[in-house]
Structure formats: C-alpha cells, structure tokens
Design a protein. Structure first.
Ligand SMILES: *Cc1c(COP(=O)(O)O)cnc(C)c1O
Length: 376
C-alpha cells in the first residue's frame, strides 16, 4: 500500500508533471519572475471560474485577509465579528490592524458561524463580519447577508478552505464561495484545495472601485510609479506560482470530485456508528472537503489519534484550542464556557487524511483502523 499522508502532493504533481515542468521552465527562461504575463493570465482564468469581476492576486491568504480589511477603511476600535473556531489568520489580521475581534460561536453541524450568535454580537461599533467557510463548505450566507445588510456591515469572506464550493440561494441562484460578500480572500498554500508550490493568495470583489483600491494597496499604495497615495504593503503572487495555478485551476473541479468520493467512502463506512458523527452536508452548499472532520462521542479522541498514528495513519485536530482560549487573544470579555459548541468541537473533532489521491486500499485501511478503535 502506498504510504498514507494527510495530503499527498507528490502523487498529484506526478499526474500533471509534464505540464507543470514545462510551464515553470518557461517562466524561468522568460526571467519575468514578478508580474510576468502568467499572473494576468491566471487572474483572468480565475475571474471566469469564480464568476467574479475582479481577482487581485497577492502573496498569501493572510495578506489577502489583511488587505481586504485595509481596503474597507476600518478604523481602530471598530469591531469585526468572526468565529472562535477558525485558523488563527482570520483573527490575527483583525488584531494587527488595531480593530477589535469579536468572537462568536459556530453551528454544531457545519462548524460554521451561527447566524443567531452573529446577530446577538452586533453593537454600534460593529463594522464588518468575516464568515469563514470552514473545512470546504459554505457558511449559511443568505442568513449572514440579511443580517449584515440590516446592520450596514461589510462582509469579508475567508474562502481559504472552500475554493470552488457553490452556495445555493433559496431562489436557486448559485454563487462561488468568496464572491457573495463585499470582498473575499483565499490562500494557495500547497495543501489547500487549489494549492501552488509555495505561498500565494488572492482577493476577490465585484466592486470595481474597491478592486482598484486593493490593487494599489498590494503594491505599496502606489498608483503612479513612485507616487504613494496610501499606506500599502508588498504582497505579490510570483509568476512561477501563477503559472502552476493556471494549470491546477483546470483540474480544480475534478479534484473536488476526488475529495467527495473519498468523503463518500468514509461516510458509508462510519454511517450509523454511535461513536462517530460524519460531516453534515448542507442543503445550501456543495462540499469540497478541504478536511474530512469527524465528531467523536464517548471515546478518547486523543487516544484515537495516537492509535491511528501508530498504524501509520496521520490524523489531525483542527483546531485543538479555540481562539478565545489562545494566549495571544486572551480578552477579559471572554472566558472558558462562553462558546460551548466551539469548545465541545475542539475537544471532540478529528480530521482524517483527505486529498485527491486516496485509493480504495488506503481508505479501507483507514476506516477499518478507525472502526477497530471505536468499536473495541
Ligand atoms: C490557510 C488559511 C488562511 C491563511 O492562508 P495563508 O496562505 O497560510 O496565509 C486563512 N484562513 C483560513 C481559514 C485558512 O485555512
């Protein structure tokens, strides 16, 4: 059996090796390593794929979130609402900009922001909300958009884990994750669903004025060369990464299908097991399974992880410590017990290997070892 990995980037690369190698060597020979034509080409393809008017590439997903927030002219002290059950970058950029992160709880079935908790957390200082489409499935955006509109709030979507997922509105309209709010941010970190071979990220918006502002911010606040109208940052996607992403974008939907197939296999194997809850699939969103995350019941989750590891099966805990209990984000407003769903999830979830290259032999081995532990 092929060695089981959390994410198997090597096997995925080998299937498209010729295409990738040629594209990378072309960039090297062109010597246009920064802002080469590949960046523009990928940007156009990505705009078309997402059905969004503007994509602005940048250096990574954290920058994408930061620049998105900078473009909205938020002021120090403004409150930005997001969930405590997320990767740190979401909360980090809010704090870095001198804004106040306001954390709320998630829905137990989807791991995503709970619209009622969001609504209750709104104060006169609230200016924006950051829905995080966690693990590959969209937040209940219709509910979030309604509440945000009623309260005049910006929506900044963190789409780092759900690129390619479709949200289905109640009128049947479909939109890609990241394109429903004022601005969306994503990451091309190698292990993401659309990953490059280094760091990369992008910002999306349908607002042309905002897009112009974002393009200026990522380029040192520079509109005309060496004239700086605003304080910006240096955040670029390089040409090699853009060339790789242009190729991988063609396969993104196939990759999502492969992930869903693996998820179906897991779902079938664990169906009706009293100790395991398989990931919910919302009626309003497709799932692109960035992670396959089980909820465990009445078993020692950490022992399960150890057992799998000892059988050469990697398994990860996303995320073991909620943001409101992280040392860096300790805030007198929050204490243990404030976000019961998030806290329960952080103690009970476990993510199994999930990528585009899992074969039946591997899946069978993983599921039988999980069941061996939980049924004993
Ligand atoms: C990966 C990730 C990010 C950050 O992306 P980087 O490219 O690593 O900076 C932000 N938010 C979420 C939810 C992520 O999973």
């Amino acid at each position: 059996m092929k060695k089981i990995q959390m994410v198997d980037l090597k096997s995925q690369y080998q299937k498209i090796q010729n295409e990738i190698d040629t594209a990378v060597i072309d960039v090297i020979r062109s010597t246009q390593y920064i802002n080469g034509p590949e960046v523009k080409n990928f940007q156009k393809d990505f705009e078309e794929y997402l059905g969004v008017k503007n994509v602005i590439p940048c250096a990574n997903g954290t920058d994408a979130l930061q620049v998105a927030m900078m473009s909205l002219d938020l002021k120090p002290g403004d409150e930005v609402i997001t969930t405590s059950f997320t990767f740190v970058a979401t909360v980090e950029v809010i704090a870095l900009l001198g804004l106040t992160p306001v954390l709320v709880d998630v829905c137990e079935d989807t791991f995503n922001i709970d619209p009622d908790s969001f609504k209750k957390a709104i104060t006169p200082k609230t200016k924006a909300v950051v829905p995080v489409h966690l693990f590959g499935q969209c937040v209940d955006m219709e509910a979030i958009i309604k509440i945000a509109e009623e309260n005049n709030l910006y929506i900044i979507e963190d789409t780092a884990q759900a690129i390619g997922a479709d949200y289905i509105f109640s009128d049947g309209n479909k939109r890609k994750a990241g394109t429903m709010g004022h601005v969306g941010a994503t990451s091309f970190f190698p292990s993401k669903n659309l990953g490059c071979y280094g760091d990369g990220g992008a910002i999306f918006t349908n607002d042309d004025e905002l897009a112009k502002k974002i393009a200026i911010i990522v380029n040192h606040g520079m509109h005309v060369r060496y004239y700086h109208d605003s304080i910006g940052v240096n955040s670029r996607l390089d040409s090699v990464q853009a060339a790789i992403l242009k190729i991988k974008l063609k396969y993104l939907d196939e990759y999502a299908d492969a992930r869903r197939e693996a998820a179906d296999y897991y779902d079938n194997a664990f169906a009706d097991n009293p100790k395991l809850v398989t990931p919910a699939r919302s009626s309003f969103s497709t799932h692109v399974f960035h992670q396959y995350t089980l909820k465990t019941k009445d078993i020692d989750r950490d022992k399960l992880q150890e057992y799998l590891m000892s059988n050469d099966i990697p398994a990860m805990i996303y995320y073991p410590v909620p943001m409101h209990m992280q040392k860096a984000y300790i805030d007198p407003r929050y204490k243990e017990g404030d976000f019961p769903v998030t806290e329960k999830l952080s103690k009970s979830v476990i993510s199994l290997p999930m990528h585009t290259e899992l074969d039946e032999e591997q899946l069978s081995h993983i599921t039988s070892k999980v069941l061996e532990f939980v049924n004993k």
